[in-house]
Design a protein around this ligand. Sequence first.
Ligand code: 0RA
Length: 651
Amino acid sequence: MSADTDQPTTDYGAKDIQVLEGLDPVRKRPGMYIGSTGLAGLHHLIWEVVDNSVDEAMAGHCSRIGVTLLADGGCEVSDDGRGIPVDPYPSGPHKGKSAAEVVLTVLHAGGKFGGDGYKVSGGLHGVGVSVVNALSERLHIEIDRDGKRYAQDYGKGGEPQGKMSVIGDTPKRGRTTGTTVTFWPDPTIFHAEGTEFVARTVLERLQTMAFLNKGLEIVFTDQREGREQTVTYQYKGGLVDFVKHLNASKEPLFAKVCQYEDADDEGQMLDIALQWNTGYHEGIHGYANGISTIEGGMHVEGFRTALTSVMNKYARAKNLLKEKDDNLTGEDIREGLTAIISVKLREPQFEGQTKAKLGNVPMRSFVQKATNERLAEWLDENPTEANKVVKKAISAAQARMAAKKARETVRRKTALSGAGMPDKLRDCSSRDPGESELFIVEGDSAGGTAINARDPRTQAILPIRGKILNVERARIDKMLKNNEIQALITAIGAGVGEDFNVEKARYHKVIALCDADVDGSHIRTLLLTFFFRQMRDLVEAGYIYIAQPPLYSTEVGKEKVYLKDDAAKDRFLAERPNHRKEFQRLKGLGEMDWEELRATTINAETRTLLQVTVAEAAEADMIMSVLMGDDVESRRNFITTNARDVRNLDF
Ligand code: 0RA
């Protein structure tokens, strides 16, 4: 540039400037590329490599992807695609390197070669395999193409160890083209949580990928010692199978699944499937380029808008709505709906707190238009099913109005009786929610003991009797009529359901204190379900806890010793091999006097509390339904297969 004219002085322009980015920035700030260097980031490496193979599948060139966790800690991802091109660049900054080497050593190289044969799906995972190479201690690639097998190795940080070279011929039968990437994560990068992959995490993601890519076969193999297993996912029905899978633990309102696809010339694609169940909760799951959009976004917005409008039009056309001006709300219509909105697009923009909300505005009208047309068609073609949906929405509307009345009653009661606290509540004297705790205690007698055991300044006790209503089955209007629930809502003081405002909560610790027996665990689960459904923000704020009364007691000399659980008992025995006294299994809170209860369970200095977290709302939604719903069989299956993974729910 010349300073006085601000014009280029030669025809040397931006097109000629080659910025070669090495992999150093990735090792300096890994979080920028993979989100974290914890377990989530570690698994991100797998998603990144698998996404490339899925792209090849989406382009129609790959039908099988294998993911293998090797006994030595590595991860191998193979596909039967065309194989990444290996011919050397004839000129330019990468002269002599193969395209594959460029993909593995140059940041953001993915979409920039191979003409339009290869489009990177982009998004959160779309940072490229070079990032995986940069964060690995070692990486090996093998490519089958043109009858030859090519291979290349990379060392720590993605340093090439020699050139891409032919190591033999491709097998004469079976898979003759494809790419296999094997990497060993660098332990100096993932030092905090280690480099051990979690099979369940990988399986969940691969299953979702298989649902989202109809027909694609994904084979997971764990070769690690003692954990050997092989699982194959392949869904001929794609999203139809996905929706059926999600509704399997519930009772579908009808067997049919509504499904439609669309694409335009801007590269926008959609694939949507939906089915209602007889439950009351909404489960709309959005994906953009295979990435879960937990916070929703334009695709989900477009779907919801169209759904509300189509259903109202249909109900009105068929004279199913009594009042002329009475519309079904979106919420009424979405009650019991399970839907998958999967879209694909160029350059997705992920926004929101967790970068899990799709921001591309044109996607809204694209989904809206397709849903307006195709869902309306589906309703016309399936009148029996359409009728059931409308009926369900109408009854949801009635329940909504009844619930509003019930809420008003609760509110009025609160206003009338002065401070308005329930009779059974023994409140604490502090008015600072930050230091106040509410113990919900099962049974009046244990309640009495807890009242003596507490610190009356900061600890409130609310005894509840019997089993509170099963909230998964009960609609909110019924639930709100229940005395125990009313007392709970009033004591917490922050409203309920859509009116709930966590900032008004009177306690920042709400602690379920239940017996260590079957009834106790049932009541605890019911309480958690209620909090999850109706006071979700309380769970998300980390205000819900589970008290842990001890399971055993024994005597050492004259002193009574309490042991929290079997592990504590084992530790105790290991330390005192000569212990001869009996262990008593404590069934109920009632077996302890108030001093014992204080020491073991209530006193903040000596107790242990479990904090209840909702890490994945969608996951928790399913767990709650399985645990509380009507399908006993799936409940039993779920508990036997996942018992160790649902520790947060502690049933
Ligand atoms: C660009 C061009 C071609 C294939 C690929 C990329 C490709 C990339 C990956 C990454 C993982 N698996 C893959 N498989 C293929 C093919 C160009 C051609 O053969 O015409």
